[in-house]
Write a protein that binds this ligand. Structure first.
Ligand code: HEC
Length: 202
């Protein structure tokens, strides 16, 4: 009996001390675990679908044909996953191929710091989360690093891209800045945005 009583008393004390913390967390809009999870799921879906498409394009037509497939398919898959999940996705880079992947201002600063530690302690791509705006304008935002690999990335983003692949890239992206990357570096990031006032989709 005594034990139950003192346990209840410490629970009450705990409630008094934690409630102002909970309130202040709401006021400053910390990223919610559920939104981090939704962004992660959407980013995973995007990457796995794109990888499948890239793999079959490489098998069917080789790297020059795959450049064209990538150009059409990558934005289409991003749009498809965004529509399915309600998480708006796009890829960004400090040295982009698609000029639409360029970033400025605060976003570029965040991307630059992400690139300084592109993988976490467990060796997984680093991810940062933040909330922007207030009320109906509030959005959950996340940025997850995309890591450069030798296979298959180097044939189109590496330090020794074959001449025919270079030509195919130059035709579509005359201002391409996305070669010269080495395995382990940050190639870019997936940017995910959730409009918090919008009802959830499943
Ligand atoms: C067959 C050539 C090819 C291969 C292989 C390839 N990419 Fe790309 N990559 C492209 C093209 C083309 C684009 C531009 C697509 C677009 O317009 O959205 C691109 C764009 C990107 C972007 C978006 C940012 C930007 O610069 O426009 C990232 C990030 C990226 N690639 C990472 C990778 C990674 C990581 C790999 C290896 C898993 C890889 N790519 C393999 C051709 C390739």
């Amino acid at each position: 009996m005594m034990r139950v009583h003192s346990a209840m008393r410490s629970l009450a004390v705990l409630a008094i001390f934690t409630s102002p913390l909970v309130l202040s967390a709401c006021a400053t809009q910390e990223p919610a675990a559920a939104d981090i999870e939704r962004s992660t799921v959407a980013a995973d879906l995007f990457q796995s679908r794109l990888q499948t498409a890239l793999k079959s394009a490489l098998q069917n037509g080789g790297p020059t044909a795959a450049v064209n497939v990538c150009a059409e398919v990558a934005p289409a898959i991003a749009a498809e996953v965004s529509a399915e999940t309600g998480v708006e996705l796009r890829r960004i880079s400090l040295r982009p191929r698609n000029p639409g992947a360029n970033t400025q201002g605060e976003l570029r600063q965040r991307l630059t710091s992400l690139g300084e530690a592109p993988v976490d302690a467990a060796g997984k791509p680093s991810m940062i989360n933040w909330v922007e705006g207030k009320g109906t304008d509030a959005t959950h935002n996340s940025m997850r690093a995309i890591i450069m690999k030798d296979e298959p990335c180097a044939m189109c983003h590496g330090t020794a891209v074959a001449a025919d692949v270079r030509a195919a890239i130059a035709e579509l992206y005359p201002d391409d800045a996305a070669t010269g990357y080495r395995a382990g570096e940050m190639r870019g990031a997936i940017l995910a945005k959730i409009i918090l006032s919008r009802p959830r989709m499943h």
